[in-house]
Unconditional design. Structure first.
Length: 83
């Protein structure tokens, strides 16, 4: 079994939805990508009127207070084992 590290981004913006998963061979590469994704999300969602931000070491979420379903973004790092 080999470990890989996935950075998963799920977003919703102006009634469009999307997601990406990027795989990395080391936790350091995944963390670098995670930090870049978080930086980009903070810029992309800075126009929210009352943003709610939840930020942890390997998880980030931003959404409009009172309206989670409209504009939001979630980013996380996940460790996976593959054959």
């Amino acid at each position: 079994m080999e470990k890989v590290y996935a950075v998963k981004t799920e977003w919703s913006r102006d009634f469009e939805r999307g997601s990406t998963i990027r795989l990395f061979s080391t936790p350091e590469k995944a963390m670098a990508n995670f930090k870049e994704e978080v930086r980009t999300a903070k810029i992309d969602y800075e126009d929210l009127t009352c943003p709610v931000v939840e930020e942890e070491e390997k998880y980030f979420e931003i959404y409009q207070d009172g309206d989670w379903l409209e504009n939001n973004c979630r980013i996380g790092i996940y460790e996976m084992e593959i054959n």
